[in-house]
Design a protein around this ligand. Structure first.
Ligand SMILES: [Zn+2]
Ligand SMILES: [Zn+2]
Length: 409
């Protein structure tokens, strides 16, 4: 310890003071105190092992070594904060969650594809024939137009969101301004960049890691992710609202299937649903019970499945979409929302007001996010599938633009 102290004192007073995060090893060690219990415990374990000629298994030794190092780095480091302690204590939980999310990523993607395809299949095989048979021409045109627009938008944005890399900071030497160093990648982190434990890399303007995409949502694919959420919510709401009556009829019919199967032959049937082809002619009720084919049951169960799934998804995903819409209006990502809330609290205690440096005003935030530079872009880039890149490179960001510098349109 004396040696370390001497080496610290030997630094000349007029030499430039190093940054806090770039302290030398000697300086950090000088701030440590000697642990009184650690060496004694270690010695006891060694003596016990020698006397009993029993060797501790390697996995136990490694676990002990890790725990020992962790405890020392947390207890004897003057730079430790409660955030660091919490992060270290929950590290095994985060590690497990990250690994599970990474392994189940392809499963989630397959699940999205299977569920979406099943709804499209039901729409084409069950709903479309019914619409063509019973609806007036103007409603047929509406359902065909809107339904196909939704299908194209969902497919396009999901494909782009999963296949577009979110953006990574350069790892080679460069002149990009940075705000900190990533402790895991050991590379400079530009503003709005965060490390993803699941992808195990830094992501530009990281929002979150989405298991349903098996991809991080960052600077280059956030628009695809948000558009996918919007169109999928719209599609689910469309199916849920327009299929409500069909669901009620199908549910009543299924209930009657069950009741008829339990009753004896010759009992009349009442109050059957409106689905065509399910109820036989009235004259046949009293002689023999109506027979329902496998196809009838399949059609009704498909409608129930579609309505329950689309209603559930429209509520859950609708909430998520509104949350992201609010964040975009504020010019924040999900991670920045968390950080900014902390900053607001911290500065309010000092009597100051925190202002988000990336909030360019509500309308400008949306234009920047959607890449709208002129009026026609609201149609060509928002309402239609478009693969235009986002504004900026994700490495450098402007702060607080003046009113006169607001985006045109
Ligand atoms: Zn990193
Ligand atoms: Zn990720």
């Amino acid at each position: 310890m004396q040696t370390h102290t001497r080496s610290l004192n030997s630094i000349p007073h007029n030499s430039p003071r190093p940054l806090p995060h770039l302290r030398t090893r000697d300086q950090t060690t000088a701030r440590m105190r000697v642990c009184p219990g650690g060496p004694v415990l270690q010695k006891c374990v060694r003596v016990c092992c020698r006397r009993g000629r029993w060797r501790v298994p390697r996995c136990v030794r490694r676990a002990w070594s890790y725990t020992h190092l962790l405890a020392r780095s947390l207890c004897y480091n003057s730079l430790t904060t409660w955030d660091t302690v919490n992060e270290s204590l929950f590290e095994p939980v985060f590690w497990t969650a990250d690994r599970l999310t990474r392994w189940f990523g392809p499963v989630f993607v397959c699940l999205v594809i299977v569920l979406t395809s099943s709804i499209m299949l039901i729409a084409y095989l069950v709903l479309l024939p019914l619409v063509l048979r019973t609806y007036p021409p103007q409603w047929i045109a509406w359902h065909l137009g809107f339904g196909h627009w939704i299908i194209v938008m969902i497919t396009f944005h999901y494909y782009k969101a999963t296949r577009t890399p979110p953006g990574r900071p350069p790892t080679m030497k460069n002149d990009v301004p940075f705000v900190s160093i990533c402790k895991k990648c050991v590379i400079p982190k530009p503003a709005r960049t965060h490390h993803c434990g699941i992808c195990n890399t830094c992501i530009l303007k990281m929002d979150h890691h989405c298991p349903w995409l098996n991809n991080c949502v960052g600077h280059f694919n956030q628009r695809y992710f948000f558009s996918f959420c919007v169109v999928l919510t719209l599609g689910c709401m469309y199916c849920s609202i327009s299929g409500r009556n069909l669901f009620i009829d199908a549910y009543s019919a299924i209930e009657h299937f069950k009741a008829l199967e339990a009753e004896k032959p010759g009992v009349p049937v009442k109050g059957v649903g409106l689905l065509i082809g399910i109820v036989p002619p009235e004259s046949s009720y009293k002689a023999t019970p109506p027979t329902f084919t496998f196809k009838d049951k399949l059609v009704n169960k498909s409608i129930i499945y579609m309505w329950v799934l689309t209603s559930t998804v429209s509520v859950a995903l609708g909430g998520l979409t509104l949350w992201h819409a609010m964040l975009i209006s504020r010019g924040e990502t999900s991670i920045e929302r968390h950080i900014n809330k902390k900053e607001v609290k911290r500065l309010s205690k000092r009597g100051k007001v925190y202002k988000n440096p990336y909030n360019y005003g509500r309308l400008n935030n949306w234009k920047l996010f959607l890449g709208v530079e002129k009026r026609s872009h609201w149609v060509t880039r928002v309402l239609l599938p478009s693969s235009h890149p986002p504004c900026g490179d994700g490495l450098t960001w402007d702060f607080h633009p003046k009113r006169k510098e607001a985006l045109p349109v």
